[in-house]
Design a protein around this ligand. Structure first.
Ligand code: FES
Length: 112
């Protein structure tokens, strides 16, 4: 094993399986090694995977992904965020933290 592959293994964190993600098109993990993560998408369009820290930047509720709106919406005071985590409405001022996401060998991996 080379140093490069070791670094990759440390940077990318497994947060779930492809089967879990594909079931509903989203995967919420409260306690991943890099904190709370919400991955949106399916393995059919793996290049379009989106991953954010779902902790609302307003007062810390957990935002929900709304497929019909193509937005993250906070249930507490209706902050709205785009797939890139940018504020799109409501009281939040700061964007959601985003992560890189990919699928590898049946696992969903994210990286901050
Ligand atoms: Fe999310 Fe207030 S905590 S909008």
């Amino acid at each position: 094993e080379t140093a490069a592959t070791k670094t990759t293994a440390e940077d990318w964190q497994k947060v779930g399986t492809v089967a879990e993600l594909d079931k509903t098109g989203q995967l919420l993990v409260e306690n991943s090694p890099i904190g709370a993560v919400l991955v949106v998408g399916t393995s059919k369009e793996a290049e379009n995977l989106t991953a954010v820290n779902p902790t609302c930047t307003h007062k810390g509720c957990t935002v929900e992904w709304k497929t019909d709106k193509d937005r993250f919406v906070c249930p507490c005071h209706d902050a709205i965020f785009t797939t890139e985590g940018k504020v799109n409405g409501g009281p939040a001022q700061k964007p959601l933290k985003t992560y890189l996401a990919k699928i590898e060998s049946g696992s969903v991996l994210v990286k901050s």
